[in-house]
Each structure stands twice: as C-alpha cells, then as structure tokens.
Design a protein. Structure first.
Length: 516
C-alpha cells in the first residue's frame, strides 16, 4: 500500500502516455488516493471494532485486490481513479488500522516493540524502494505489472496467512455513528485537500485559483487555502464535541476524545507526523534534483535512493532490538538528530556535478535516523491504550501519517517553488542581467504564479521557441540552473531546520518500554 504511491509518482509520464491523459489527471489520482485514506482512516479503525480486526483485515484485502486489478487493466483516467484512488484507498483504510490492532493483540512488551520495528522497516523500505521497483518495471516492462503483482500478493496473504492471525473478541453492541463519520471525513478532507493544493493555489496570495463557471475563487482577494483549513478545523472541533457528547450519554463515539489527552499518544502522533513530513519532503526534493538537474531516469533515481532504503531497514531492526538497553525516547531523539545531520550532508552534496560520496553518506544517515524513529513510534502509539482500543489508535496513526505526508509535500513544495521563482527572477531581471529589457519584463510578468520545475534543456528550448537568440537562451538556462541549485539547497535547509524543530516534540516520549 505504501509501495504503489511511490511507484505511481515515478511512472507518471508512462501512465499519461498509456491512458491518453495529462500529468494533471494523474496528479488528481494521487491526490484523491491520499484524501480517501486521510478522510476515512478513523472510520476504518472503528469498523475493525464492529466486525472484528481479522475479518476487517480480510475485507480490506479483497477490496484492495479488486482495486489493484482494475488499476492494472485501466483503459482511461476515470477507470484509474475508480480502481486506484477510490477502491484501493477504501481497502487501505480497512487494512492499515487492522494491522496495528492485530499486532497489539498478538505481541506484548519487548516482542511488540520488535514487531513494530520490523513493520517500520518494511513500511519505510516500501516508500524508499518504490522509485527503484517502479522505475525498473516501468522501464523494462510496464507500470501495470506492479499493480497486477499486488493482486497476486493480496491473494497469497488472504489464502495462506490471514487465517493464522489471532484476533481478540470485540464488543458485539458497538455501533457506527454516521454523523461522526461524516464530520470526521469532511473535516479531514478539507484540511488535507487544502494542504495538498497549497502549492498550486497558494497559501495566502492566490496563484492558480480553483474556478466555478470560469470565476476564480479568491475570498476577499486571498487564496482559498487558509479558509478551507479554518473550515476543516471548525468541522473537526464540532466532531470532537459530538464525541464527548456521545461518550457522556454512554453511546459509541467514533473516536474516544480522551485518547487525544494521553501524553504518550500525543507524543507518538506528533512524532509520526514529523517522521512522514520529513520523509515526504525529502522524497519531493530528491527526484527533482536527480531527474530535473542531473537528468537521471526513474531507475537511476531509484538506485541513488537505495542507500537510504538499506539503512532504514537495518536501523529499524537495530532500533527494535535496542529497547532492552535504551528507552524509546532516547532512540527517537537519536533518530531525529541523524535525520537532521543527514539532510545537512545532502544539502552540501547538492551540485550540478553530484558528489557521490557525500550524497551516499547523507542518504545512509537519513535512512538510519528514519529507521530508529520508525522502530519505536508505532509501539508508543499502540501501547498508550489497551488492546480493546487498538483499532482506534491504528486509525489515528494512519490519519496522522497521511497528514504528515501531505504537509511535508505541500510545505517543501511551496518553499522550493517560492525560492526558485525569486532566485530566477532576481537573476534574470536584476542589475547584472545581460538580457534585453523586454525579456526581463516578460520574465517578471509571467512569474507571478510561480516558476515551473523543468529541465534546463526545456528552458533553453522554450526560449528559442519565443524567438530569442542562442546566446540569450543559454543565459536564461544558466540563470535557471543557478536558481534550481539555490532553491534545492533552501529546501534541504528547511528540512534540516524542521528536523531540529521536531526535537521540541520529544518531551512526552516514554522513558521506558511500555508493556501494555
């Protein structure tokens, strides 16, 4: 489930060609997949309490497998949206909380910490190996084989492994409060959609604003993003109020509001948000650097990312074994320091001529840090409640994981675009520019909504197509390359700063192994 998101990202151009659609169409599919998971993860956790975790896990597998099969045989964009974005997304919201709850039911103490470490290693490896697997399969065969293989994997799990999992008995009278489902889904949908689209619509100043009947939606002259986030927060506030009311009259809330008051739960959710924010931001920056600047293809990009994957897997397992000697708090804090150090090393390595040694060291260091964090956070979250509430905790974990990924992509995307635009305009239109005044004015006037991320060759070819001389086109291309380097370094510096800022969320982490 984590693998195919990264596969979809590296295979965009091939999918566009196969389905006769546009890059914007595939980006819509990716956005919708994230929205379905973010909006309904809490509901998926609650259904695990109603149906039983193992049964919910199996239902989710079937739904996800059907979605993967439809995706593999997609003939057009609508079919892809139904198969991947909606059906696979619905399968995921059943499976992911159930996995967390079933681990909590089957393991205790140190063993549980070890298993969550292994799960963290597998999850992280899936995200990191996605570009490599997707690049290789897409380059030498077709992206469709990845989703067909997922269907086979689902069938194998369903028939050979699912029935071997032990489940705990759930309350038979648990009910699903539909108004709560609607409120949570709407609130999370609004917040996550606004964050995801912020790099397109703008955070405050409107950029490419959404339109209705040709009329741009710009409330009071501002971007719609902060208004959507505010409305989403208001809906979620009302949702929490309803949960408190349901609990006070002894009815079943979708989410026990007291869960969010548990210190270990708070620290676990904040730290998993930080972990996925940092990794999503890094995986936004790296492909731009490796493909747009260095000109690597999807497979070569995956190979460059491989050291991070290997370190992540190794240190997730090492971290899960360290709990007998060190408290979770110390291991997670070490992980944050390593991530910050690794990102700073990558920042130094970013150059038009890649320094392989420094880049590999940086990737290994980041991977080690993410591995240490991943080995502990799942156990911190799930062990903060008793086993009867593990589905709910799993739903919260999945929700905040998606929130972190959305914020990381949008935030670092905004930093990169803003820095790229400012640097390029300043260089091309500044006092030292050698370009004609008319060209400088054209660049300034057409950069208000942000500069697109493209290759230097595309910049050169575009300049030639506009009637500029070879010399002028080369100058513009050089200015753009310098701006790319500056924006990439700024983005990596922002990620380094955020990793260090994440240390502030370490206070409530447990100083000893939780043994629920």
């Amino acid at each position: 489930m984590l693998l195919d998101s990264s596969v979809m990202n590296v295979s965009i151009s091939n999918i566009v060609a196969d389905l006769g659609t546009t890059v914007a169409g595939i980006q819509l599919a990716i956005t919708l997949y994230t929205l379905v998971m973010a909006a309904l993860m809490l509901t998926g956790g609650k259904l695990g309490d109603i149906w039983g975790r193992r049964k919910t896990f199996k239902y989710g597998l079937v739904i996800y497998g059907i979605g993967s099969l439809i995706t593999a045989f997609s003939l057009n964009l609508p079919m892809l949206l139904v198969g991947w974005s909606i059906i696979e997304g619905l399968g995921a919201v059943l499976v992911i909380p159930a996995i967390a709850a079933l681990i909590a039911a089957n393991y205790k103490g140190k063993d549980r910490a070890v298993v969550y470490g292994i799960l963290g290693a597998v999850s992280g490896a899936a995200v990191a190996l996605g570009p490599l697997i997707g690049g290789a399969v897409t380059t030498y065969a077709s992206w469709r084989y990845v989703f067909a293989a997922e269907t086979v994997a689902v069938l194998a799990i369903f028939f050979f492994f699912a029935n071997k999992i032990t489940d705990i008995v759930t309350a038979k009278n648990t009910k699903l409060d539909m108004p709560s489902v609607g409120l949570s889904a709407l609130g999370l949908f609004l917040v996550v959609l606004a964050i995801l689209q912020s790099k397109v619509w703008g955070w405050v100043k409107p950029m490419s604003a959404p339109e209705i009947n040709g009329q741009a939606i710009t409330p009071f002259g501002f971007s719609i993003v902060p208004f959507m986030i505010a409305l989403g927060v208001l809906v979620l506030w009302y949702f929490i109020g309803r949960q408190q009311k349901l609990k006070s009259v002894h009815k079943d809330p979708l989410l026990d509001p007291d869960s969010l008051k548990i210190p270990h739960m708070q620290s676990g959710l904040s730290n998993i948000t930080i972990q996925y924010l940092l990794t999503a931001g890094l995986f936004f920056v790296l492909p731009i650097y490796l493909q747009m600047v260095l000109g690597l293809d999807a497979l070569q990009t995956g190979l460059k990312i491989l050291p991070l994957s290997l370190a992540l897997v190794l240190f997730s397992i090492v971290g899960s074994r360290m709990v007998s000697r060190f408290p979770p708090k110390k291991i997670i804090v070490w992980g944050k320091f390593l991530i910050a150090a690794g990102m700073f090393i990558i920042l130094i390595a970013i150059d038009p001529q890649l320094s392989n040694f420094m880049f590999i060291i940086g990737m290994l260091t980041v991977g080690a840090g993410v591995g240490l964090m991943a080995s502990q956070i799942g156990n911190v979250i799930l062990s903060s409640v008793d086993d009867t509430r593990s589905s709910e905790a799993g739903g919260l974990q999945g929700t905040f994981q998606n929130l972190g990924m959305s914020v990381g992509t949008a935030l670092i995307g905004s930093v990169l675009i803003a820095s790229l635009t400012t640097s390029f305009v300043n260089a091309a239109s500044g006092p030292s520019s050698t370009l004609p005044a008319s060209v400088q004015s054209y660049i300034t006037d057409n950069s208000q909504a942000g500069i697109a991320v493209v290759t230097n060759k595309q910049v050169y070819d575009y300049s030639i197509s506009k009637g500029l001389t070879a010399s002028e086109s080369s100058s513009i291309s050089d200015y753009y390359l310098d701006a790319q380097m500056s924006s990439l370094k700024t983005s990596m510096l922002a990620l380094t700063f955020l990793a260090l800022l994440g240390l502030m969320f370490s206070k409530q982490l447990p100083n000893e192994l939780i043994k629920n």
